[in-house]
Design a protein around this ligand. Structure first.
Ligand code: DX5
Ligand code: ZN
Length: 217
């Protein structure tokens, strides 16, 4: 049974009025605040880093779901904990010693999550799934908001669902990229729990209403 959670991505927020956009999320039915950290090395874009997370945390009333699109994430685990992250996602493709990184995240008290790029097979998670609180599937190539959804993601969700049901039923499945009412509905049907949405929420005329409707797709 899907948990039907929604995590607006502030990558698409208006940074001239970030405080107001966080207030909007606080007062909405959103479950998490999704924060995309990009280093310009792991992905071909640079977004924001620790100071922004610290500021968001000061005024946020929802848990910060921090998605690290950076090389060597291991090096920054404690820093993101101190900055206010509740869930920390690292990329499978960026971790040489993934088990060690996951253990480190959990030792700080944060929830640990692993993200797969669109080309990374689900079976890569087989020997780590039992240690995870969440799996994040990229449904676009990471780096930018507003990209087209990759259809193969539905199959991947079903495969992760099977793996989770067999090995770690508590683990959540989150999807990131190109989420709207249509893709969101199909993702929930395939077994996803958490929908990340950036441009679809912040580009809508009523972001609060869009968040509520995404919870009902
Ligand atoms: C992309 C980021 C996403 C991004 C999604 O690399 O990880 O979180 O904000 O944006 P939309 O919802 O516009 O595809
Ligand atoms: Zn993200």
């Amino acid at each position: 049974m899907s948990k039907r959670l929604v995590a607006p991505s502030i990558l698409s927020a208006d940074f001239n009025r970030l405080g107001q956009d966080i207030e909007m999320i606080n007062n909405s039915e959103a479950d998490y605040i999704h924060c995309d950290v990009m280093d310009g090395v792991f992905v071909p874009n640079i977004s924001f880093g620790i100071p922004i997370i610290q500021h968001v945390y000061k005024i946020a009333s929802k848990p910060l779901d921090v998605h690290l699109m950076i090389v060597n994430p291991d090096q920054y685990v404690e820093t993101f904990k101190e900055a206010g992250a509740s869930i920390l996602t690292v990329h499978y493709e960026a971790c040489t010693h993934l088990h060690r990184t996951i253990s480190k995240i959990k030792s700080t008290g944060m929830k640990a999550s692993v993200c797969l790029n669109p080309h990374t097979p689900v079976h890569s998670l087989e020997d780590i799934i039992g240690d995870l609180d969440m799996v994040l599937l990229m449904s676009v190539n990471p780096g930018f908001g507003g990209q087209k959804f990759i259809e193969n993601t539905y199959d991947k969700v079903r495969k992760v669902r099977q793996l989770i049901d067999a090995k770690n039923p508590q683990c959540l499945i989150e999807i990131d990229g190109g989420v709207n009412y249509d893709t969101g509905k199909k993702l929930i049907e395939a077994g996803a729990d958490v929908l990340v949405a950036g441009s679809f929420v912040f580009g809508s005329s009523s972001p609060t209403e869009t968040i509520s409707k995404l919870k009902l797709v």
